[in-house]
Design a protein around this ligand. Structure first.
Ligand code: S3P
Length: 171
């Protein structure tokens, strides 16, 4: 079985994915880490040295590579992954479940204002403009996120609760 987690930056995809994989005894793949290993470069460095178009191309190749593996796995994607290169269609075709971890704008602002630096798309956005930026960005991306097979509301929930909720949909 293959399970994909999608959602905006800071929505908890990696934390939830890791725990879910442990519970289920599946292999865990974090797409950003997978890309970093394949490129031998950190994500901010790929953006800086090669640009976003290159990043999206590698991202597209890596999604297909991971989801073509013949094993049970959990794939935590990057916030933009389902929104480019037909990736959402590939996820829906190759994975049994695609979960959208949905977090509200105020909660995302709270989480991301503390950790902007490693995120190339928001590091240049100042504190006051962050809510508007995230709101607009989410509006554009929702068309893709909402194609997930299931949406999980994640506000005010501990990762453990979200993991249990996801597991409840697998039976
Ligand atoms: C991105 C999200 C990041 C990373 C890259 C681009 C995006 O992943 O893939 O910086 O387009 O939203 P996280 O969602 O894990 O931060």
């Amino acid at each position: 079985m293959k399970i994909v987690l999608v959602g905006y930056m800071g929505s908890g995809k990696s934390t939830v994915g890791k725990r879910l994989a442990k519970d289920l005894g599946f292999n865990f793949f974090d797409l950003d880490s997978y890309m970093e290993a394949s490129q031998k470069m950190k994500i901010p460095e790929i953006f800086k040295e090669k640009g976003e178009i290159y990043f999206r191309k590698i991202e597209k190749d890596c999604v297909r590579e991971v989801l073509s593996l013949k094993e049970d796995l959990i794939l935590s994607t990057g916030g933009g992954t389902p929104c480019y290169g037909g990736n959402i269609d590939v996820m829906l075709a190759l994975a049994e479940h695609v979960f959208f971890l949905k977090v509200s704008i105020p909660e995302l602002v709270k989480r991301l204002s503390k950790e902007k630096e490693d995120r190339p798309l928001i590091r240049h956005i100042d504190e006051e403009s962050l809510p508007e930026f995230i709101g607009r960005h989410l509006f554009e991306r929702n068309n893709f996120y909402s194609r997930a097979t299931k949406t999980i509301d994640c506000d005010n929930k501990e990762p453990r609760t979200i993991v249990e909720e996801v597991k409840g949909f697998l039976v």
